[in-house]
Unconditional design. Sequence first.
Length: 175
Amino acid sequence: MYLLGLCQNDSSKDLVAFETLEEGREFVAQIPGYTLETEDGFEVEYVNPKHLPDYMEIVFNGNIVPLSRFSFEPEENVDIIWKEISNLSVKNDEVKAYIEAREVNFRKVKAFLESKGYEADRIYFGSEDGEAIVYRNKDAKDWRFLCHLDPMFVEIEDVEEYVKEMLEDTSQGDE
């Protein structure tokens, strides 16, 4: 879900929530003076309050949302901020499924590496880049990076083939 926030100067007001960002943008597109532009690769949305009437009602999915130019300073744009929020009224099994799939793939990688005479471990828990798998020969001191435990890792269908390719790429770098 996405919560629509209207921000101007030091004040902000959370207005309404939408199931999708597309629905939210369909709503704000009805506001006179609404602008969506791209600045430095980022989408920026705002309303110029000079274009707002004294009072208006936006009807969306049968709901009426009142809006007035008197709610804003006339000389400065009103920034539109989208806050992604969780809807706890709807059951969400995506996180559980993701973690389970990641752990299945990790166990496959670990078992495969151990069958080839390596040790495998996990590092970088809680880091900005995310958790990763490292490996080393059982008699080696230094660990080598294999891959991050990220969404792309979860999508790997043939884990053994992936690990073989990664090991080949790493060993070619040693020559």
